[in-house]
Design a protein around this ligand. Sequence first.
Ligand code: ZN
Length: 250
Amino acid sequence: MNCRHCGQALISPFLDLGHAPPSNAYLTQDSLKKPELTFPLRLLVCDACHLVQTEDYADSADLFTEDYAYFSSFSTSWLEHAQAYVEQMVSRFNLTQQSCVVEIAANDGYLLQYVNQKNIPCYGVEPTKSTAAAAKAKGLEIVEDFFGIELAKKLVSQNKQADLIAANNVLAHVPFINDFVSGFTALLKPQGVATFEFPHLLNMVQLNQFDTVYHEHFSYLSFTTVKTIFEYNGLSVFDVEELPTHGGSL
Ligand SMILES: [Zn+2]
């Protein structure tokens, strides 16, 4: 297997957790009597760009099923975090009713609902049908698709360029990280800003957070590697913040 970012052959092991079934794929009463499908769960680190990544990933279409069960709005502390984020972004970047805010992996609209309340135009991108339906029920516009350069170009052709793109806990979950990040470069207006929130690799190592390793989590991200990946794909980094969410995030 080659590095998802730089293409170098991956030879250095990082962590081996044996085999595990896909997370969030809950079993039914009937399926308890059947064999359960598992996949190898091993992490490798790239010797060139130091991206830590899962080996032998299952196809993302197998992992994100239509009954995907994670709804962000079930966590009230996460909702408070999302509301505080929106307040901060609106004042820092002077977002108005002429702006456009986009959230990638909008889930059930837990964050965009606060943008909508301020009458700032917004839409979300969300491939999971069940969460997208919950977001639409909140009156939000949702593009039901996986995000990448192809979708970004299509959105630009529809005049849907963004002043702000939020991407919370999605960067680590994309198998094709260059395609994903270059989509932000394409979709942003020239002075547009994107924010990414992701669990910090340093905390995983220092605090032995082995339970953050699962198949939907393709990359384990350090600031150094993220900066390299962003710059390679046309984004420049101008600020970083440490957050307590998800066991310690950037
Ligand atoms: Zn690499």
